[in-house]
Design a protein around this ligand. Sequence first.
Ligand SMILES: Cc1cc2nc3c(=O)[nH]c(=O)nc-3n(C[C@H](O)[C@H](O)[C@H](O)COP(=O)(O)O)c2cc1C
Length: 387
Amino acid sequence: MPVITNIQDLKRLHKRRTPKMFYDYAESGSWTEQTFRENTTDFEQIRLRQRVAIDMDNRTTKTTMIGHDVAMPVGLAPVGLTGMQSADGEIKAARAAEKFGVPFTLSTMSICSIEDVAEHTEKPFWFQVYTVRDDDYMTRLLDRAKAAKCSAIMITLDLQILGQRHKDLKNGLTAPPKFTLKSMADLATKWTWGIEMLQTKRRFFGNIVGHAKGVSDPADLAKWTSEAFDPSLNWDRVAELIKKWDGPVILKGILDVEDAKKAAAIGADAIIVSNHGGRQLDGALSSIRMLEQIVDAVGDKIEVHFDSGIRSGQDVLKAMALGAKGTYIGRAFVHGLGAMGEAGVTKALEVIHKELDYTMAFCGHRDINNVDKDILLVPKNFSGDWA
Ligand SMILES: Cc1cc2nc3c(=O)[nH]c(=O)nc-3n(C[C@H](O)[C@H](O)[C@H](O)COP(=O)(O)O)c2cc1C
């Protein structure tokens, strides 16, 4: 058993154990990947203030996200095809999250269906909604999430059309993989993954196949996205969906102050400052650069959450210090899942928790709820002087 001390260790194992097309699917951004890279490198520019001789006994990372108690302010972000990183991946990740005491968000583009995850978990989870043109499908999707007792929905606003990720096209990404000479050669070296995958029935998009009409190729994510997603989505439609759900709503994919103000005005419970992990608009600023100005603009009206670029508990602490009330990890938990299944997701959460807890202490705090910008050394003009 390898000694895992950080997320990078899990990432290396993920790469070794998972078919290339799925590892690449996770570890890529759109076009030149500038935004994907800067999401992490911009975190490195923020430094921490070391404080000493301050009582660091009895620390807590417990807080709330949209009124839900959490063991630390870190949810699992919705990630499509999670069930291709490891067989039954959504169920494994949801179980790890509920045992740890953090929220799990199921993607519309999951392999395990809403009902399946509900059946195999104890606590309610959150459901991420992509808006598609087919109204009946949308209504049924929300009804299914309600029936499965999902305790919040997360409407993703930054994917009306799919950003191009070169590797997915080159790898011919499908779920399950189609058998070509190239994919067979790769699968031959990932036999544990293959054996587990052969033992499960969950190999297609569980929320789509059998539920959506006119799916021309049930294995092709890019095709279904371009055929079904709603490029005409607007704020009226978002408001309609919020009304229809009639429960807690988080709006995901806000990266601009003007959009944050609109989101705050239509009655959502939280927004997520996010650029989809650098997978949509390449050339957009990193999420962490945008966080503070969005908090300044709407933080007193709506809960502001954060994702994109978190690879450590230190990153979580930096986002919290800049005003976020909660954060999410995407790739950090996917690396754990691809590396070691449910145990790997638990490991990812443990690593992040320890880094968060220790760093908070080194910065002179005992309670995550009291952390503020005072613990940070932020380069002058970090948010940028853009015209
Ligand atoms: C492989 C992958 C698949 C994703 N699928 C979805 C999805 O189905 N729905 C969604 O709203 N966001 C999706 N995202 C974006 C994540 O929810 C989250 O915003 C992003 O991963 C955060 O960046 P990080 O990976 O640097 O933590 C996906 C991200 C990745 C890496």
